[in-house]
Structures are given as structure tokens and as C-alpha cells.
Design a protein around this ligand. Structure first.
Ligand code: HEC
Length: 301
């Protein structure tokens, strides 16, 4: 195979430094993103660590309670004492009346414990100095709102596609991975990104889709790690790893007959894909011949 690009290990050092700087920064960013997920979604069910319940509560909502109550038992648990949280929850359950708000001392708790974060200066957080905004959170917990999903969806699609643009571009100069696996590793994050965003909306509609959120997120993470590690190794550790180290075994395996038996799976997938076109044509024939007249008939009535 003739190589039509400069392999990563042969790039000039300044370019390697640039690539490495970018990869490391984005890698740290990914780490903080995971921490952020742990601290927000991860706490949704009140227990540390990410679970399917967390995802369901975040997007579909925990419909057995109000937003305020669920937050006080979940992510906001550490912000007030048990007694204070109990008082607020009791007030919410009794109808969150505006007169009781002052009389029961709830206003004082909120001012002491919550307003330092929940004020007009904090963008994106409800302002608890405004009773209306507080009251709105005492309704049934229906998870993420469509407004917030729209906001987060477009930010994620634009932002993350850029990250994978550059990570993929750097990785495309790798030489230890075969072209077909490179295509998979580079294309996968985009497919998973779209699946991830779509799965938020689907989970908002039905909690069953929470597993898709986790699956898509993991797919994105795996392809990111694979591209990241391969690129860094090839740039700086090509010789110790791929010429003298464990990587030689990998290269032997890749170029051996065994590898082609693994690739049978790939060939199988290809032959399936080749069937897709005639299958689609057959289905569209069926649709035009049988289903379409039926649908047309329905509309005429
Ligand atoms: C240290 C800052 C901080 C304090 C103190 C704090 N909160 Fe929060 N609160 C946040 C942040 C940040 C979020 C958004 C979390 C997220 O996006 O998941 C939030 C979210 C919430 C939400 C969900 C809002 C929504 O739109 O769904 C409720 C309800 C809430 N807090 C109630 C409280 C109450 C009640 C208190 C006081 C006992 C309190 N918070 C104290 C930072 C704080």
C-alpha cells in the first residue's frame, strides 16, 4: 500500500507539539465533562455515580415528586440541613402557598441556603428571589424542558463535532490502523453524537431510551480514547512501541492471515450492505403497489 500522506511519526516536531497540545487539552476537557456529568446527572437520584435512574430522572423526570423535592433529595442535598430540607418539602407538599412561604420560615431558609447561587446574576439557574420562579419548581418533575433540551442539543452538536473534527484529522495521519478501521474510528463519534442527542429527546418522551443515552456516550468515549492513544503513541513512542515493543505483535497480527479471518466479519457486513439497495427497491415497490393505494383511499374518505 502506498501511503499518500505524511505518517504521524514523520511530522515535524512543531506540528507534533501542536497536535499534542490540542489532544492533551481536549483530553482534560473530556475528563472535566465526565466530572460535570457525575456531579449533575450523577446525583439526580441522590446517590453518587451514574445509573439508568439518573438518566431517566434527568430527562423524563421523576414523576412521583416535584422538581424541588427531587432536587433536595438529589443534587441539592448538601446545600441544606435535613431539617431545613424537610421543612421546604413539607411546604411544597402542602401546596407551596405564598403566605405560608413567609409564615413557615421557608423564605428565611431559602435566603440563607440557596440565594447565594440562585440569584438574578446566575445565568441559567432559577432566581429564588423571584417567588414565581421558585413556585414554578414546585410542580410535578417532568425532567428536562424542551427549551433546555433545544439549548443543550445545539451547543453539543456544534461544539463536539468540532472536537472530533480535529481529533479525527490528527488521527487520519496514523499508519498503524488499517484504512477501514480508521474510517470506523473517525466516523463513529459522529454517529454516536447524533444518537446521543436523539436519545435525550427520546428519553424525554419515554424512559425506555435511557440505555441509549449511556450506550451512545460510551461509544463516543471509546472512539475518542482509541484515536487519542493511537495518535500520541505514533507521534512520540513509535519506535519503543511499534518497532521494539508490544506494538510489533499487533502489527504482525494485523498483517497476518488471522487478521483476515477477523475481517470476515467486516466482509459479511459489507455483503449485508450490498443487499440494502435491492431490499430498499423491493420495499418501495411493495409500498407503491399495495400500501400507497390503501393510504390514498383512506384520505379520500
Ligand atoms: C453552590 C450553589 C448552589 C446552592 C447553595 C444551591 N443551589 Fe440549587 N442549583 C445549583 C446549580 C448549579 C443548579 C443546576 C444544576 C444542574 O444543572 O443540574 C441548581 C439547580 C437547582 C434546582 C433545579 C432547577 C431546575 O431548573 O430544574 C432546584 C430546584 C434547586 N437547585 C434548588 C435549590 C435549593 C432549594 C437550594 C437551597 C437549599 C439550592 N438549590 C442551593 C446551585 C446551587
Amino acid at each position: 500500500m502506498t501511503v499518500k500522506y505524511t505518517p504521524l511519526k514523520d511530522h515535524d516536531t512543531p506540528i507534533k507539539v501542536l497536535f499534542t497540545g490540542y489532544l492533551c487539552t481536549v483530553g482534560i476537557g473530556y475528563f472535566f465533562a465526565l466530572m460535570q456529568i457525575l456531579f449533575t446527572h450523577g446525583m439526580a437520584d441522590g446517590k453518587f455515580g451514574l445509573s439508568v435512574d439518573d438518566i431517566v430522572y434527568s430527562y423524563y423526570g421523576n414523576r412521583s415528586g416535584t422538581v424541588m423535592e427531587n432536587q433536595l433529595n438529589g443534587a441539592m442535598k448538601a446545600n441544606a440541613s435535613a431539617q431545613e430540607r424537610f421543612d421546604i418539602i413539607e411546604w411544597v407538599r402542602n401546596g407551596a402557598d405564598e403566605d405560608d412561604y413567609k409564615d413557615d420560615g421557608i423564605e428565611k431558609i431559602i435566603e440563607e441556603r440557596c440565594v447565594m447561587c440562585h440569584n438574578e446574576a446566575a445565568s441559567g439557574l432559577p432566581n429564588f428571589k423571584d417567588f414565581k420562579q421558585l413556585k414554578a419548581l414546585t410542580a410535578e418533575d417532568k425532567g428536562a424542558t424542551f427549551a433546555s433540551l433545544t439549548r443543550v442539543s445545539h451547543i453539543h452538536l456544534f461544539g463536539i463535532s468540532f472536537i472530533f473534527m480535529f481529533v479525527g484529522l490528527i488521527f487520519s495521519f496514523a499508519e498503524t490502523t488499517t484504512t477501514q478501521y480508521k474510517c470506523i474510528a473517525i466516523g463513529m463519534p459522529y454517529a454516536f453524537l447524533i444518537a446521543d442527542i436523539l436519545s435525550w429527546w427520546l428519553t424525554k418522551i419515554h424512559p425506555m431510551f435511557a440505555w441509549l443515552v449511556i450506550f451512545a456516550g460510551m461509544g463516543m468515549g471509546i472512539s475518542f480514547m482509541f484515536m487519542w492513544v493511537t495518535s500520541i503513541l505514533e507521534m512520540w513512542l513509535y519506535k519503543p512501541v511499534f518497532v521494539n515493543g508490544i506494538g510489533t505483535r499487533y502489527l504482525q497480527w494485523r498483517d497476518s492471515e488471522d487478521a483476515s479471518s477477523v475481517d470476515k466479519l467486516w466482509l459479511f457486513a459489507k455483503s449485508l450492505a450490498a443487499q440494502a439497495k435491492p431490499a430498499a427497491a423491493y420495499l418501495s415497490d411493495l409500498w407503491l403497489a399495495h400500501a400507497w393505494p390503501l393510504v390514498k383511499g383512506l384520505f379520500k374518505k
